[in-house]
Design a protein around this ligand. Structure first.
Ligand SMILES: [Zn+2]
Ligand SMILES: [Zn+2]
Length: 335
């Protein structure tokens, strides 16, 4: 079967590649991919900024229908629609695995980076990773469950980082930023979304979702915000997030720049700022994400800019690079 793959370690060596069709293994299923989102991580993989094991089919944001069940899996699952967590295997023994923080396992192997992912007609995933897709949501919207779980991983520690009434600044209005803004609002935050002129289309989407918006270069009151969620992956964005945070403020860092950045770190001391982050997702953050989605608390559909067949992967990647949309989703059934 053909899938969109990182074919080698060479920069930008991404394209359609013929890979063996996966078979269900014990305690796993094969999904017929109905939607595979193109994520910022995929763009980093394209540019060799994220560690992968090529050749590998990309795609870790998946919604699909079970077509085959392995030993130990109820065959009645065939035909049902699921979203799937991303870790194909972890060691199961390290302290992070044993405390449910599987995203921090040094031996984790994820779909789309270390084992074949969802930008193909079929993908094999462990049964334990499946979550029923919310019935009211489209396949494409459901494929955003993974970014939602990344956001809930970053916006909750033992307690949510946003409290009712908090002024929240979200820097970077891509899919992650617009999900973070919605989750922060669910938590009671009063949210402002900030981007650059290049993000105009995404800032318009933020406005339609009911958020205040601000464009880089616009004056925002210094020290105004209680919480900043950095989703831009740009050093200017990092600096903005720190500057506009008030004393004892909290920065949740989600963006990745792919390199080193220069930051006004003194502000962290002067204002006693707290910086936390979240890498990917874990079972606990998926649980929170699925609750929000099943409750209908998030508008994910309006973040889907276009659904394309596998054969149109390149233009969808190009437009993702160019911020020419919010979320592009591949549906291999369209090929
Ligand atoms: Zn993702
Ligand atoms: Zn482990």
């Amino acid at each position: 079967m053909l899938g969109v793959a990182k074919r080698s370690d060479a920069f930008g060596d991404v394209g359609l590649l013929d890979r063996p069709q996966p078979r269900a293994r014990p305690d796993s299923v094969v999904l017929r991919t109905a939607a595979a989102g193109i994520c910022g991580t995929d763009l980093h993989i394209f540019r060799n900024e994220y560690r992968v094991t090529p050749p590998v089919i990309m795609g870790h944001e998946v919604c699909g229908f079970v077509v085959e069940t392995g030993d130990g899996v109820d065959p009645a699952l065939v035909g049902r629609r699921f979203v799937a967590e991303t870790f194909h295997s972890t060691c199961g023994r390290c302290r992070h695995c044993r405390t449910g923080r599987t995203n921090l396992c040094p031996d984790r192997k994820s779909i789309g980076s270390h084992v074949d992912g969802a930008m193909a007609p079929f993908v094999e995933v462990p049964l334990v990773n499946l979550h029923p897709a919310p019935e009211a949501m489209s396949d494409a919207a459901c494929s955003l469950a993974e970014p939602v779980a990344c956001v809930t991983n970053s916006l909750y520690g033992e307690m949510p980082h946003v409290e009712p009434g908090d002024e929240v600044l979200v820097v970077g209005p891509g899919a992650i930023g617009l999900i973070a803004a919605q989750v922060a609002r669910v938590l009671g935050g009063r949210v402002t979304v900030r981007g650059t002129e290049r993000d105009r289309l995404r800032l318009d989407a933020a406005e339609r979702l009911g958020f205040a918006v601000s464009v880089a270069g616009d004056a925002l009151e210094q020290e105004r915000f209680d919480v900043a969620v950095e989703c831009s992956g740009n050093s200017h964005g990092y600096a903005d997030a720190l500057r506009f945070l008030g004393r004892a403020g909290h920065l949740a860092q989600m963006g990745l720049s792919g390199g080193d950045s220069t930051l006004p770190m003194d502000l962290v001391c002067y204002r006693e700022l707290t910086i936390t982050s979240g890498f990917a997702s874990n079972p606990r953050s998926w649980n929170r994400a699925m609750k929000l989605m099943h409750a209908g608390s998030l508008d994910l559909q309006s973040l889907v800019s276009e659904i394309v067949p596998l054969s149109a992967w390149e233009s969808a990647f190009d437009r993702s690079f160019a911020a020419g949309g919010i979320k592009f989703v591949i549906d291999p059934r369209l090929d």
